[in-house]
Design a protein around this ligand. Sequence first.
Ligand code: FMN
Ligand code: SF4
Ligand code: SF4
Length: 311
Amino acid sequence: MIFYFTGTGNSQYAAQKLVSDDERLVSVVECLRKDNYTFEIAENESVGLVFPVYFGGLPVAVRQFIERLRLNAVPAYLYGVLTSGGSPAGAGAMLRDRLGEAGLTLDASYSVTMPDNYVMLYTISPESEEKKILARADRDLERIRSKIAGRRRTFAARSPIGKAMTAVLYPVYLNGRKTAPFTTNETCIGCAACANRCPSRAIEMKDGHPTWVKERCCFCMSCVRCGAIEYGTKLTGKARYKHPMLRKKAGHGEHGAPGAAAHDHGAAAAGHDHGSSAPAAHDHGAAAGGHDHGGDDCCCPPDEAGGTHVH
Ligand SMILES: Cc1cc2nc3c(=O)[nH]c(=O)nc-3n(C[C@H](O)[C@H](O)[C@H](O)COP(=O)(O)O)c2cc1C
Ligand code: SF4
Ligand code: SF4
């Protein structure tokens, strides 16, 4: 069984690459949204946790999930796969410690570098660079997959230097994550996709528009995939990141930042053109292909929106 947490698709993609045909793939976001933490595993079954690194540590949502997780048996092999922009610091050590507190023993941790999605701080990589990062990640995931199959005991992201970096960085995350600066601009069409995706349940729809109802969230960058969402001035006019897998079926809640020419680079990314602030006039762009505007309250492909998947 593989549990994955994702804000912008990297870790979901990684989990999909790692899962075997007869293995369950479970979305942590869906578990959190449905308060579902109890799972049965078979004898000799391995359990994986795939998630992004935030400030050298675990997303608070992943910590919450680990605290609440109830398994009927001890996994035969328990491993973590950490996706990051290249600096996982001591996140592997934090994973070991958090699992230990929950009575579980980590048998291996793996690290894979993927495009950095922290658009609040960085500008997303140009397409050519992104392609290289993703190609390298594919090769790394292939290697990790065979190590997992061999139930190797290997531990990434827990060096003393990494742990020291985490000790400095992670409190910044814990004390930040404030939702007060979130607003929407005039291009919001009230589709509720952002609210439906939020793992912190920090967004509620009020008068047809999202409202942030919690003081802090886990800062996963899922909602800001939609260019109608601003964070003070930090995101204004900036391209937002989502894994190319999620660009194939863009729809409500996936449109780009107004004025962000580089938004959603990639052929399938749908060069959305918000030529008008009137919702009805949204032009989702020819490249996007068959947008599904038909009543679905979430724009994500079934893999992300559908919750617990059995492959
Ligand atoms: C709040 C936040 C903090 C992040 N901190 C780090 C970090 O400390 N080191 C790093 O290499 N990448 C960092 N990243 C980048 C993500 O770990 C990386 O892009 C990840 O693959 C995103 O996964 P996802 O698409 O599954 O959400 C951070 C991203 C966010 C949103
Ligand atoms: S408010 Fe946005 S950034 Fe914060 S947890 Fe929810 S979806 Fe993620
Ligand atoms: S996903 Fe975007 S368009 Fe849809 S309600 Fe949220 S902010 Fe508005």
